[in-house]
Design a protein around this ligand. Structure first.
Ligand SMILES: Nc1ncnc2c1ncn2[C@@H]1O[C@H](COP(=O)(O)OP(=O)(O)OP(=O)(O)O)[C@@H](O)[C@H]1O
Length: 313
């Protein structure tokens, strides 16, 4: 059985009257990429800051590598890499010097550090920019520098807090591929985001947060298979009427039919050939239709079913 790298139990963090993290518990196992997904303001960053002992919390315990996490626990901190949402580099140092500075907080041996810095620059595609000052870098390159600074000391646990916010698609893909590679090389990863597509692509397990609470936990397929909605069919049907809607509702596995402008949105709770059955019904009854699409459930549907609202704001 894989070892538990991070254990958060019953964490509570208040800002005045505001409860930002509300009895939140979470385990992260060695070797996994754990996605912490939630809408803006759901408490992801606060949880990460408490986890790292950067913030004092009101209640709960945080254990990392089987030891209690504390602000002065440098032996634990040296094994953690952090890439926060806001780029935190030193403007007066060039790219190489920045990575060397952050790596030097944990790696004292000069030769090892030189090797690690060069590897981090290579890994993030920054070798050719090593003499550049941060101000001369594009937004995407600056994000990559932020990552290089966070991972150069080869941490066993890496925390990414929304690393792709406001990043162009090319850099975004490079970042996601880089995270997969670090995980393959042995790092356990916690990845926070409010982009469900990224979390679906990257993460072996997902925890969904809302109002500071852990509201769902599982692999993406486990979460989706817990849903009533298994398939959504959208048919452009300008001439719809109550009789058509009634007929569609009688098809096996169709549990809801909703009008959306010129479209009908048909929700199915299982079954393998729902689209065929819907189209057969329309054709057999000479009902003209336009564009047809079918969608499998997403993490947004999981969130919608649990909370009644969309994940995206
Ligand atoms: N320093 C602070 N003082 C007061 N309230 C705060 C502070 N930091 C965060 N909050 C509030 O706590 C709640 C959780 O915020 P947090 O930043 O942890 O959410 P988040 O899920 O990381 O959001 P985002 O996706 O926007 O980064 C929000 O309601 C936020 O307004």
């Amino acid at each position: 059985m894989s070892q538990c790298v991070v254990e958060i139990e019953n964490l509570v963090k208040r800002y005045g009257d505001k409860v930002a993290v509300d009895h939140f518990s979470l385990n992260v196992n060695e070797g996994e990429i754990l996605g912490l997904l939630g809408p803006n303001g759901s408490g992801k960053t606060t949880t990460i800051n408490c986890l790292l002992s950067l913030l004092q919390y009101d209640k709960g315990t945080v254990t990392i590598f089987d030891k209690e996490m504390k602000p002065e626990a440098y032996d634990i901190k040296s094994q953690i890499g952090v890439v926060m949402q806001n780029v935190a580099v030193i403007d007066t140092l060039n790219v190489y010097e920045n990575v060397d500075f952050f790596c030097g907080l944990y790696i004292r041996d000069k030769a090892t550090r030189k090797q690690y810095v060069e590897e981090a620059l290579e890994f993030t595609g920054l070798t050719e920019y090593k003499k550049y000052k941060p101000k001369k870098l594009s937004g995407g390159l600056l994000r990559r520098l932020n990552i290089a600074c966070g991972i150069a000391h080869k941490p066993k646990l890496i925390i990414f807090d929304e690393p792709t916010v406001a990043v162009d698609p090319q850099s975004r893909n490079a970042i996601l591929e880089g995270i997969k590679k670090m995980n393959k090389d042995g790092a356990t990863i916690i990845y926070t985001s409010h982009y469900m597509e990224e979390v679906e692509e990257l993460c072996s397990r997902v925890v969904i947060m809302d109002h500071g609470k852990n509201i769902a936990n599982g692999t993406t397929s486990e979460l989706k298979s817990s849903l009533m909605n298994r398939e959504t069919i959208r048919v452009n049907l300008p001439n719809k009427n109550d009789e058509v809607i009634k007929g569609l509702k009688e098809i096996n596995h169709v549990y809801k039919v909703k009008e959306d402008g010129d479209d009908l949105v048909i929700k199915c709770d299982g079954g393998d050939h729902n689209l065929v059955h819907v189209l057969s019904y329309l054709t057999d009854n000479n009902i003209p239709f336009g564009h047809v699409s079918t969608e499998l459930p997403t993490l947004n549907d999981v969130f919608l079913e649990i909370t009644g609202k969309e994940l995206r704001d």
